[in-house]
Every structure is written in structure tokens, then in C-alpha cells.
Design a protein around this ligand. Structure first.
Ligand SMILES: NC(=O)c1ccc[n+]([C@@H]2O[C@H](COP(=O)([O-])OP(=O)(O)OC[C@H]3O[C@@H](n4cnc5c(N)ncnc54)[C@H](OP(=O)(O)O)[C@@H]3O)[C@@H](O)[C@H]2O)c1
Length: 174
């Protein structure tokens, strides 16, 4: 049977993308609590061509990898304007970053961390969530989305690696 692909994010739409465990944990000491390669590929595939709104610490983590390139633009929330570059612009607060990301005409992806997720939830049209079916130690969480995105996901695919199982889920605001 042919697998149905996840719904495509439309230009100008605001989409939160995050991975969380069973307690909505997203981070530990500045890093992800887990290493799930398929989730990283999911993030890269969805955000290609998009406008990524992201906090400074999460952006600095991206800079240490290879995802800051021509495939996506970053709208970084920080007081440190030195993070501007060929593929990134810096904004002093979330509303300014969101406005610029929307004006780019690309699908907007809210990429964390904790404060950005909390501030953005009310402005999101969809959630692209990786639900990790385990409990980890950590210090950063996703806000409770259940009141704003109740019920079953619009789309879901289960996955697993040698260490844990997870589900990719897309929720739409009703
Ligand atoms: N599981 C996931 O999907 C996921 C995704 C992203 C991040 N994470 C995890 O989350 C953790 C990082 O999150 P975090 O919340 O600590 O850091 P963060 O949001 O990435 O960065 C915090 C910094 O961003 C700026 N900032 C963030 N929100 C702001 C706001 N609303 N207004 C003004 N400035 C704002 C400030 O920068 P300045 O100090 O420069 O002004 C602040 O110090 C890490 O553990 C990371 O691995 C997980």
C-alpha cells in the first residue's frame, strides 16, 4: 500500500515543529534528550524551503551542525544581532520574528525552544509533533496543546529505532 505523505505546509501558514516525550519534555542541558535520526530527517524534510523562527540557543545548536544553509531561512529571536548571516536574520522578540517570517511568503516553522513554543502556540495553525514513547530527564518542556488542538491528529505515522518507538503526528487547529 502507498503511504500517504504528511500534509504540506502552505506559504504564510504557521506550523510548530517539535519532538517531545510522554511528559512533553523537549530538552536537557541545552540539547535534545535523545538521538533519533529519523526525527532529524523529518525536521529537515518539513522545513526545507521554509522560514524557521527559533530562539538563540536552539539556533546556536543548529550552527554547530550543517542545517544552516540555503534550504531554509532562520528568523532568530535574540538580543545578539551578531547572529545575522547569509541565511539568518535576528529579531529582538517573537512578534517581530513572526511578522518577518510571515512576510517572507514561505511556510513558517516554529522551531523552539521552550519560551518560543509557549509564546507561539496561540498563533499556530498546525503542530508537527514527534511523540517519543518514553520518559527522559530534562529541563525544557512543550506547553500543553490539548485545549487548542483537541482530538485525534490529522495525520500520523509510527516509527521506531533500536532504542525507542515514536510517532510523527500532525494536528490542525479546529
Ligand atoms: N525537542 C525539540 O523539538 C526541541 C526543539 C528546539 C529546542 N529544543 C531544546 O530546547 C532547549 C533550548 O530551549 P530554550 O528555551 O532554553 O532556549 P532557546 O529558546 O533556544 O534560546 C533562548 C534564547 O533565545 C532568546 N529568546 C527565546 N525566546 C524569546 C522571547 N520570547 N523573547 C525574547 N528572546 C527570546 C533569548 O536570547 P538572548 O539571550 O540572546 O536575548 C534567550 O536567551 C534545548 O535543550 C534544546 O535542545 C528541543
Amino acid at each position: 500500500m502507498t503511504e500517504v505523505p504528511p500534509p504540506i505546509a502552505l506559504p504564510g501558514s504557521v506550523n510548530l515543529i517539535a519532538a517531545c516525550d510522554e511528559n512533553r519534555l523537549i530538552g536537557n542541558k541545552g540539547r535534545l534528550p535523545w538521538r533519533i535520526r529519523e526525527d532529524w530527517l523529518w525536521f529537515l524534510a518539513n522545513t526545507t524551503g521554509g522560514a524557521c523562527v527559533i530562539g538563540r540557543l536552539s539556533f546556536e545548536a543548529m550552527l554547530r551542525g550543517s542545517s544552516v544553509n540555503e534550504k531554509r531561512r532562520f528568523f532568530v529571536v535574540s538580543k545578539n544581532s551578531g547572529l545575522s548571516g547569509s541565511f539568518s536574520e535576528v529579531f529582538p522578540d517573537y512578534p517581530a520574528a513572526l511578522a518577518a517570517a510571515k512576510a517572507s511568503g514561505r511556510p513558517v516553522w516554529i522551531c523552539g525552544g521552550e519560551r518560543i513554543y509557549a509564546e507561539s502556540l496561540a498563533s499556530c495553525d498546525r503542530l508537527y509533533l514527534t511523540r517519543v514513547h518514553a520518559r527522559f530527564e530534562g529541563d525544557a518542556w512543550l506547553p500543553d496543546w490539548s485545549a487548542q488542538f483537541p482530538g485525534k491528529p490529522l495525520w500520523k505515522r509510527d516509527g521506531a529505532d533500536g532504542r525507542c518507538s515514536y510517532s510523527f503526528e500532525v494536528y490542525e487547529r479546529r
